[in-house]
Design a protein around this ligand. Structure first.
Ligand code: ATP
Ligand code: MG
Ligand code: MG
Length: 376
C-alpha cells in the first residue's frame, strides 16, 4: 500500500490516519511534539515544521503529502512539491493563510463575505469603522485561531489601541463589519483532483469564548437554506480549485442571508460529527480526495450533536464513562467518545469530543445538559 505523509501531528492528523489506516494506507506525520496525537497511531518524525531536513525525510517516506493545518511555510510546501506528490498544491495554502487573499478568492467565486477593508494605519481603520458602523472586528490577516488576534471594536475611543495592539509586530490587518448573525453554520466540501465535489450536511455551530462548543446536525434551519449553504461551499471548492477538504464557516443573518466568515483547507472541528453520523467521515473523504479515489456518500445517518471536550471536561467525562449512563438510556442517545491522547489537560485545550447520536437535537442537548460536564 502507499504511504501518506502529514504535515502536522495533532488530532486532525490522528483521525485522518485512523480513517486511512482502515483503508490500508500507512501514515507518517511530521510534528515537533514528541508522542503527538497522530504519532501515537502512525509513524512520526519529531522536528519543527520548517525543518528542511525533516521535510525532506517526510517527502522520501511518503507517496502523497497532505497537511492538517494551513500555516505551512511556503518554502517547505514548495520543497515538498518538488520532492513528492502534494495533490492540494501550494495555491490553496497561500490563499487561506491570509484573510484578505481568502476573502478576495471567495468573492471571485461569486460568494459573499461580510464587508471588510484592508487596514494599514489607524486612520484607515477609523475611516472603515465610520463606513461600517460599530461594532467592527479587527483581525490579524495571518495566524489567528480560536479568536486570537482579534479585537471587537465597540467604541471610537478603542480604535488607536486596537490598531496598535494587533499591529504590534507589523502584522497586516483586516477589519470586518460586525455581523449580527442569527446562527453560525459550516459546510465541509471535498474536491478530488479529477474535479468531483461532494458536500457534507451543514452544521449549526455554537461557540463559547471563541472556541467551538457544539455542532448541531441537521442545522435547525429550513431545508432550502441547508441546500443553499452546501451550494455555496461547492462553489468555493470549485472556484478555488481546491483538492481535499475545504471547510466553509458561514454567518446566517436575521434576514436569511449567508456570508462566509472564513475557510480552512483541511478537516474541521465542526466536521467531527461525520465520524459516526455520516456514511463517510470527513477524514475518510479527505483521504479519498488526496489519493484520487472516488468520493464517498456524505448522507447523514442520524441526527447528532458534537460537543467539544476541553481540558476542564476530561475528568468529569472519564468519571461519567466509568458508570452506567442512566441519562443516555432514558433519552435514547448514544454518546460516542473520542479522546486525542494529549498528555496535558490544560483548561480550554481541545482534548477530544463526543458525538451524541440521538433521535433529535433536543435529546442530545438534554443529555449534554444532564451530564453537568459542560457548565455553560
Ligand atoms: P477559528 O478557531 O474558527 O479558526 P478564528 O480565530 O480564525 O477562529 P474567526 O472564525 O474569524 O476566528 O472568528 C471567531 C468567531 O468570532 C466567529 O466564529 C464568530 O463567532 C465571531 N466573529 C468573527 N468575525 C465576526 C464578524 N465579522 N461579525 C460577528 N462575529 C464575528
Ligand atoms: Mg480561523
Ligand atoms: Mg473561525
Amino acid at each position: 500500500g502507499s504511504t501518506i505523509g502529514i504535515l502536522g501531528g495533532g488530532q486532525l492528523g490522528r483521525m485522518m490516519a485512523n480513517a486511512g489506516s482502515a483503508m490500508g494506507y500507512r501514515f507518517v506525520a511530521l510534528d515537533p511534539t514528541p508522542d503527538a496525537p497522530c504519532g501515537q497511531v502512525a509513524r512520526q518524525i519529531v522536528a519543527a515544521y520548517d525543518d528542511r531536513d525533516a521535510a525532506k525525510e517526510l517527502a522520501e517516506r511518503a507517496d502523497v503529502i497532505t497537511y492538517e493545518f494551513e500555516n505551512v511555510d511556503a518554502g517547505v510546501a514548495a520543497m515538498l512539491m518538488e520532492q513528492s506528490y502534494v495533490p492540494q498544491g501550494s495555491e490553496l495554502l497561500y490563499t487561506t493563510q491570509h484573510r484578505l487573499r481568502e476573502k478576495r478568492a471567495i468573492e471571485a467565486a461569486g460568494v459573499k463575505v461580510a464587508p471588510y477593508a484592508e487596514v494599514r494605519s489607524a486612520d484607515e481603520l477609523r475611516e472603515a469603522v465610520s463606513r461600517f458602523g460599530l461594532p467592527c472586528v479587527l483581525k490579524t490577516a495571518t495566524g489567528g485561531y480560536d479568536g486570537k488576534g482579534q479585537w471587537v471594536i465597540r467604541g471610537e475611543a478603542e480604535v488607536d489601541e486596537a490598531f496598535e495592539t494587533l499591529n504590534r509586530a507589523g502584522t497586516e490587518l483586516v477589519v470586518e463589519q460586525f455581523i449580527r448573525f442569527q446562527k453560525e453554520l459550516s459546510v465541509i466540501a471535498a474536491r478530488s483532483p479529477q474535479g468531483e465535489i461532494r458536500t457534507f450536511p451543514a452544521a449549526e455551530n455554537i461557540h463559547v469564548d471563541n472556541i467551538l462548543h457544539l455542532s448541531i446536525v441537521p442545522a435547525r434551519i429550513d431545508a432550502e437554506l441547508q441546500r443553499e449553504a452546501e451550494r455555496l461551499a461547492a462553489r468555493i471548492a470549485e472556484g478555488l480549485g481546491a483538492v481535499g477538504l475545504i471547510a466553509v464557516e458561514l454567518f446566517l443573518t436575521e434576514d436569511g442571508e449567508l456570508f462566509v466568515n472564513e475557510l480552512a483547507p483541511r478537516p474541521h472541528n465542526s466536521g467531527h460529527y461525520t465520524m459516526e453520523a455520516c456514511r463517510t467521515s470527513q477524514f475518510e473523504q479527505h483521504v479519498r480526495a488526496v489519493c484520487g479515489l472516488p468520493l464517498g456518500d456524505t448522507s447523514l445517518l442520524t441526527p447528532v450533536v458534537m460537543v467539544n471536550v476541553l481540558g476542564e471536561h476530561v475528568e468529569p467525562l472519564l468519571a461519567l464513562v466509568a458508570e452506567q449512563d442512566a441519562s443516555a438510556e432514558r433519552l435514547g442517545v448514544a454518546p460516542k467518545i473520542h479522546l486525542y491522547g494529549k498528555h496535558e489537560a490544560k483548561p480550554k485545550r481541545k482534548m477530544g469530543h463526543v458525538n451524541v447520536l440521538a433521535e433529535n437535537a433536543e435529546q442530545a442537548l438534554a443529555w449534554i445538559s444532564e451530564t453537568n460536564i459542560w457548565r455553560v
